[in-house]
Write a protein that binds this ligand. Structure first.
Ligand SMILES: O=C(O)c1ccccc1N[C@@H]1O[C@H](COP(=O)(O)O)[C@@H](O)[C@H]1O
Length: 211
């Protein structure tokens, strides 16, 4: 079975096109004001229009209110809600309200963090992401990774994806260790926070295609 990629935090037509050209299965649009990748609705609409039908548009949110999600879903023509720091009750509400699948981010640093997956509710996919430091401005998108060996042999209760510190040079190892089939990258295809790079996107997609 092949491995697919989500390229997250896209904000320009050139880099979005590079992700599509590279064969990404998903593209990610961030709607979180403190992020250097935060998208305005007009820009999101322009990018969304370039995404072909076979590529999923994922909106990335941090405990969002309904108004934000409503505007983002409309502008970004979202297919998926990726929710960070959002409790199960709120995930259930958003899933029902917008009729979209929910990816629940689980921050991982140590084995005990995986317990959250065991009793996950109101999620269609788990996204195991590296835990960012206490007090960090972002719950993801900081290029941090966790020990992938924690996922070795883990009984995943749902479809799942892996993110956190992936790049073209390490994604094959992450796939080999964890067996993941959907990898998610942001910082690893950037030259600076929020600045995506066409060549790095191409290299990441190529590395994933060879897994
Ligand atoms: O990318 C962001 O700015 C961001 C903001 C708020 C929540 C999540 C965010 N990004 C997600 O973080 C992971 C991993 O990113 P990285 O490759 O380590 O930089 C990915 O799932 C992004 O969707």
């Amino acid at each position: 079975m092949s491995v697919t990629a989500k390229i997250c935090g896209l904000s320009t037509p050139e880099t979005l096109d590079a992700a599509v050209r590279g064969g990404a299965s998903h593209v990610g649009f961030v709607f979180f004001a403190p992020s250097p990748r935060n998208l305005g609705f007009d820009r999101a609409a322009g990018l969304a229009a370039r995404v072909p039908g076979h590529v999923g548009r994922v909106g990335v949110f941090v405990d969002p209110d309904n108004a934000l999600v409503e505007a983002a879903v409309a502008a970004g023509r979202l297919d998926v809600l990726q929710l960070h720091k959002t409790c199960a009750a709120r995930r259930a509400d958003l899933r029902a309200r917008f009729g979209l699948p929910v990816w629940a981010a689980i921050p991982v640093q140590k084995r005990a963090d995986l317990a959250a997956a065991g009793h996950i509710e109101a999620a269609d996919r788990i996204l195991y992401d590296a835990k960012t430091p206490e007090g960090a401005a972002l719950p993801g998108g900081m290029g941090l990774r966790f020990d992938w060996r924690l996922l070795e042999g883990f009984a995943h209760p749902l479809p799942w994806a892996l993110s956190g510190g992936l790049d073209a040079g390490n994604v094959a190892e992450a796939v080999r260790i964890t067996g993941v089939r959907l990898v998610d990258v942001s910082s690893g295809v950037e030259t600076a926070p929020g600045v995506k790079d066409v060549d790095k996107i191409a290299a990441f997609c190529k590395a994933v295609s060879q897994c």
